[in-house]
Ligand binder design. Structure first.
Ligand code: ATP
Length: 252
């Protein structure tokens, strides 16, 4: 579903994503983990077609954005880390607006929109202005909006940030329900705990490079071997990377 091969992205002279290769097959919940500034959002912006890579190959559903942008976007749902929601619209108005952008028939938008709001425990707030929504309600509304066109792939940037435990539990369940139907999810997160609960596979990015790509059991084993200390695992992985860089600089 997602295939990156040697992808590079720089901002002016700063290389934010440096030769990233990864593969997310169908029916997978893929967790993209890394510390602040590691390159997660930059990668997600390339996967969602907002940014174009400087180098390398990036394919979604086997397509490139250059050739088949609409084919990709028609099948992709995206929840950004800081979504902009116009507060003067009601939830229903937002869904109708997005439905019209996607050229979905009015009846379909009405039926699906109502179903999604109910599924997200927002059914009774459809006619309420978004400016009156809590952070958790907004996050769920953004997820509902991303699913309106029934995408095959959902990209979510930091889905749990700022959510109280109840809203976080609901959002996690929604992601799991989506994945159960054989679709794929690519989500970035800071926390291994979130990844362990939701994901099948985890990629760890550090300073723009993929330093680990493994299943949750393999990663958990690695963390347990470090007395349950994720920080220690990060340190170990990035130390390995430095060693590799050193080997490139000083051939042995
Ligand atoms: N528009 C930009 N111009 C210049 N540098 C940028 C820009 N966007 C991101 N960067 C830099 O690129 C690096 C990667 O940023 P990115 O937002 O992709 O990281 P991230 O892993 O999502 O971080 P966080 O977890 O803090 O959101 C950071 O060092 C950041 O400062």
């Amino acid at each position: 579903m997602i295939k990156l091969d040697g992808v590079v992205k720089s901002y002016q002279n700063f290389v934010a994503v440096n030769g990233l290769s990864l593969h997310v097959p169908e029916g997978t919940v893929f967790g993209f983990l890394g510390p602040n500034g590691a390159g997660k959002t930059t990668t997600i912006r390339m996967i969602t077609g907002i940014l174009e890579q400087d180098e390398g190959d990036l394919r979604i559903f086997g397509h490139t954005y250059r050739k088949n942008r609409n084919e990709i976007l028609n099948r992709l749902g995206y929840v950004p880390d800081r979504p902009f929601l116009y507060g003067k619209l009601t939830a229903n108005e937002l869904l109708r607006f997005l439905g019209s952008l996607r050229r979905l028939p009015t009846e379909v938008v009405k039926r699906r929109g109502q179903g999604l709001l109910e599924q997200f425990q927002l059914g009774e707030f459809g006619n309420q202005l978004i400016e009156r929504f809590s952070h958790g309600m907004r996050q769920k509304l953004v997820l509902a909006a991303a699913l309106l066109h029934e995408p095959d792939l959902l990209i979510v940037d930091e889905p749990m940030v700022g959510l109280d435990p109840r809203a976080a539990k609901q959002v996690k369940q929604l992601i799991l329900d989506f994945a159960k139907s054989g679709k794929s999810v690519f989500m970035s997160t800071h926390t291994l705990e979130v990844a362990a609960q939701l994901c099948d596979q985890v990629g760890i990015i550090h300073k723009g490079r993929l330093v680990a790509n493994e299943s949750i059991p393999a990663l958990t084993e690695r963390i347990e071997a470090n007395d349950g200390d994720l920080e220690a695992v990060f340190m170990a992985l990035t130390k390995d990377q430095r060693n590799e860089e050193m080997r490139e600089v000083i051939p042995q």
